[in-house]
Write a protein that binds this ligand. Structure first.
Ligand code: CS2
Length: 474
């Protein structure tokens, strides 16, 4: 180990169960919580849960759950050894261990990505067609989804006459607490109406805004970090210096000392969520689709293309911030300028393909809400239309040069089928807009949207992403 390696820890006794122990949580929430425990103590060790893959557990077990988080900053790489995980459970392999952890938890957190909420994105309601939900309903004591585990664990606490844990979503979804509460209540109501009533009355589901750019760890990162710290970590994470966590002040059980480490605990998260989802994630997705189609492997590479850089600023200044209310104390123009610097950080290898994933679940809150509000204000958001057109092209499974694209999306088959028979731009757009899970009918039926998407898709296919973006951003 080098002298420069900071260590948190030692790991405290467990008090948190976290669903979805991916790189993001380990570089973000887990690190914040480790620091909060360093400052203020408390039994806030984290039991990580994977609903399927054993990979993270298998990598971390020989390291006693410790791992390295490396900040990729202007002064080089800054490694921290994080010791806050107390166990990692692969739910189907060891459900008893998970029930025991949930039984003693004060806080349950989730980063399960959009898919994990098993909701219909355009309505926010539980998607009963999902196989996991069918299993949760058929055998509530042997669930498949995070929602199913949470509902059954809460039921055990209710039956034992004990207080519940707080359930906190940390995914990039607007009103993520309210959404999670809604789908858990829908599921619980089917299992036992009394459970649903108890959850509605007793359990807190705070909404949160989370922000830190965390690219997937690569084999090259693992080798580089071995050289940096002098020992091999099988599952390190890398992240940018920036981080922001805003949490709604709504808890039904004790919590870590978030305030001690700069987490903002506020009455209303909505303005922060909207700003982040639309300014950061909205343009991240736009840049991912256009950048990928333009042959840019990473976000930084895409942001370095002058036409795409100008397009980003156009989106922020002309289309996104005009329909946004700034959170208290924030100047939107400063916020978006700093976003550009974060995207342009050449030391971060954040693949456009990674961000392009699961677009059918991301587009509504990242881009379509802004489109709706802009149309309502009587303006036409041509820049965002181009982003949606680029998503359509990407999800056709073919680049503009005919090269094959691996599309990862729960709706991948249906998206690709919109192109079946090569029906021409108008028909392609009509088929996409008929996907009610993505485009709410009130939006899909707007003629300005239909026509605008046809023009944008034609321009994209005829002139390519950079020329189409330049024609809009001037
Ligand atoms: C990205 C986010 O992969 C994606 O869709 O837009 O993961 C983004 O990096 C984070 O939300 C930044 O906070």
């Amino acid at each position: 180990m080098t002298d420069g390696l900071r260590r948190t820890g030692p790991a405290p006794a467990p008090g948190i169960v976290h669903f979805g122990l991916g790189a993001f949580w380990r570089a973000f929430g887990a690190l914040y919580i480790a620091e909060a425990v360093e400052r203020s103590g408390g039994a806030w060790g984290i039991v990580g849960v994977s609903l399927r893959s054993p990979d993270t557990r298998d990598a971390l077990a020989p390291q006693a759950w410790a791992y390295t988080a490396v900040e990729i900053g202007p002064e080089g790489d800054l490694p921290t050894q994080v010791e806050v995980l107390t166990d990692v459970i692969v739910a189907p392999e060891d459900p008893e261990a998970l029930w025991a952890a949930l039984d003693r938890a004060n806080l349950v957190t989730l980063t399960v990505t959009e898919k994990g909420y098993c909701h219909v994105p355009s309505t926010g309601r539980l998607d009963r067609a999902r196989a996991e939900i069918a299993q949760d309903l058929r055998t509530p004591a042997h669930p498949a989804s995070a929602l199913g585990y949470i509902a059954h664990a809460l039921d055990a606490r209710r039956r034992a006459g004990r207080m519940p844990f707080t359930v906190m979503s940390c995914d990039n979804i607007p009103s993520n607490g309210a959404l999670l509460r809604g789908v858990v209540l829908e599921l619980a109501a089917e299992i036992d109406p009394a459970l649903s009533e108890w959850i509605a009355a007793e359990v807190a589901f705070p909404s949160t805004m989370v922000d830190r750019i965390v690219p997937a760890t690569t084999a090259a990162d693992i080798d580089r970090i071995e050289t940096l710290i002098g020992t091999r970590d099988a599952a390190p994470v890398t992240h940018e210096p920036f981080r922001q966590w805003v949490i709604e002040d709504r808890f039904c059980a004790p919590r870590p000392d978030f305030g001690a480490v700069g987490v903002q605990v506020v009455k209303d998260v909505a303005p922060f969520e909207h700003m982040k989802l639309r300014c950061l994630n909205g343009t991240h997705s736009a840049l991912a689709y256009l950048g990928y189609l333009a042959g840019a492997e990473t976000v930084a590479e895409a942001a370095a293309r002058p036409a795409l850089a100008a397009y980003l600023h156009f989106l922020w200044d002309r289309e996104i911030t005009p329909v946004l209310t700034a959170p208290p104390g924030v100047v939107l123009a400063d916020y978006t300028r700093s976003l550009f610097d974060r995207f342009a950080n050449p030391a971060m290898h954040h693949r456009t393909w990674q961000i392009a994933m699961d677009g059918s679940l991301k587009l509504p809150q990242r881009i379509l809400d802004t489109i709706r509000e802009t149309l309502d204000a009587g303006r036409v958001p041509r820049g965002l239309f181009l982003a949606v057109a680029a998503w359509m092209q990407f999800t056709s499974g073919r680049g503009l040069d005919g090269s094959e694209i691996e599309v990862k999306d729960p709706m991948a088959e249906r998206l690709r089928a919109c192109w079946d028979g090569d029906p021409g731009t108008e028909e392609v757009v009509r088929r996409y807009l008929a996907l009610a899970g993505v485009f709410a009918p009130d939006l899909a039926s707007r003629p300005e949207l239909q026509q605008g998407l046809v023009v944008a898709l034609d321009d994209l296919r005829r002139h390519g992403p950079e020329a189409a973006a330049a024609a809009i951003a001037g």
